[in-house]
Design a protein around this ligand. Structure first.
Ligand SMILES: NC(=O)c1ccc[n+]([C@@H]2O[C@H](COP(=O)([O-])OP(=O)(O)OC[C@H]3O[C@@H](n4cnc5c(N)ncnc54)[C@H](OP(=O)(O)O)[C@@H]3O)[C@@H](O)[C@H]2O)c1
Length: 354
């Protein structure tokens, strides 16, 4: 039994802790909260012990908190840091390094420069075993994780025949449950999006990937339009779609009108947190023109990184064999069943509208 503390109870932290609480090999040591708001009561009502920073303890007088983060994390085997982007670095310096505690950070952190949290980005499809001896590791962001799931099978099958991967990322503005962020009526762009460096850090710096990223006013997932240019004629759309048939965490869907369609279906069949935990290839948008395959897929921003954190945790804490770790994650997340249901639902719908 290993003790794990989750530092942060927002979109990502609240999901991670809920799933690992059902893991028989893990004792959840508690969760870190920083604001005395309604989410403190929510965490306690779900059975989690809530810990707060020493210097803020007076703000939490009206809540039944269990102690301070500083005192509680010392005897933990691992902290999963789920703080806002950039704050993970501060936690590393103030909390984890001085206590020599191992930690997983989330995708809003940096892997280069002054505020580096780790030199390693995890992607279970690409580098599972490399996480075994790490003290600090970063789980790639939702977009970075999704791109790994698309590019790795292409790379394994076609290798150097791929000349370029040009991806346009349409990113959601805020998460569904994020009531603090106002979704602006604007389309904004990122200069030097971090996704490029992050993906290349684990796929190889020579990956011919070129990214443009735009933030669009929606709370419902991301969409990536990726053009894969081959050296010579491109494979057929059918061959590309077949490549992902048995990929973990990749569903192939037909007849989807938009990202909300998928969330609505996930909600209707009571997937936890309305998450599918995967990417969805939109098969009827996949086209081939001469040497280019045009792929479109959507990426469940909040859900996709949660099973990945569970896999990374198993690699770091137990050095479990990859297939055993995936089996164990499957017991908690039921990804095969989710994929099967999503694919059956959207296929049936298109059949009914033909
Ligand atoms: N949201 C997504 O779809 C998504 C997907 C992939 C990766 N990520 C990454 O995951 C990380 C967390 O994102 P999120 O969307 O979950 O953020 P979020 O919803 O804003 O939640 C952040 C949480 O961190 C807490 N917090 C504040 N200061 C903290 C500190 N010093 N140490 C630890 N926790 C602190 C906040 O506590 P209080 O509320 O109590 O102040 C809040 O519970 C980011 O790196 C983000 O880039 C997010």
């Amino acid at each position: 039994m290993k003790r794990v503390f989750v530092n942060g109870y927002g979109s990502i932290g609240s999901r991670i802790i809920q799933f690992i609480a059902d893991d028989r090999d893990i004792e959840v040591a508690g969760v870190g909260k920083y604001s005395p708001d309604e989410k403190v009561g929510d965490a306690i009502s779900r059975g989690f012990k809530v810990f707060v920073p020493k210097n803020k303890i007076d703000h939490f007088k009206n809540f039944d908190i269990s102690g301070t983060i500083e005192d509680n994390i010392s005897d933990c085997d691992l902290v999963i840091d789920a703080s806002p982007g950039g704050i993970g670095y501060e936690n590393k310096k103030a909390l984890y390094e001085p206590r020599n505690i191992r930690a997983i950070f989330q995708g809003g952190e940096k892997i280069t420069g002054e505020k580096t949290v780790a030199s390693f980005i995890f992607n279970s499809r690409v580098n599972y075993e490399k996480a075994f001896d790490k003290q600090f590791a970063m789980q790639g962001s939702c977009n970075v994780t999704g791109m790994g799931r698309i590019i790795q099978p292409l790379k394994e099958k076609y290798g150097k025949k791929i000349k370029r991967l040009d991806a346009t990322l349409l990113r959601r503005w805020a998460d569904l449950e994020d009531s603090k962020t106002i979704v602006k009526d604007s389309i904004e762009w990122s200069y030097n999006p971090h996704h490029d460096e992050d993906v290349k850090s684990y796929m190889g710096v020579d990956t011919p990937l070129f990214i443009r990223a735009f933030k669009v006013p929606t709370r419902q997932m991301h969409v990536h339009a990726m053009d894969v240019r081959f050296d010579g004629p491109a494979p057929s759309a059918e061959e590309i779609i077949n490549l992902y048939k048995n990929e973990y965490g990749v569903a192939t869907l037909y007849g989807v009108k938009g990202t909300k369609d998928i969330r609505d279906y996930a909600e209707s069949i009571k997937f936890s947190f309305k998450d599918t935990n995967m990417i969805h290839i939109h098969a009827d948008l996949t086209e081939v023109q001469d040497d280019v395959v045009k792929l479109t897929y959507s990426d469940d921003q909040t859900g996709i990184v949660v099973p990945e954190n569970h896999l990374l945790m198993q690699a770091m804490l137990f050095k479990r064999k990859k297939e055993d770790a995936f089996r164990h994650t499957e017991e908690l997340f039921h990804m095969y069943e989710k994929k099967r249901m999503l694919e059956a639902h959207f296929k049936e719908r298109i059949n009914n509208t033909v």
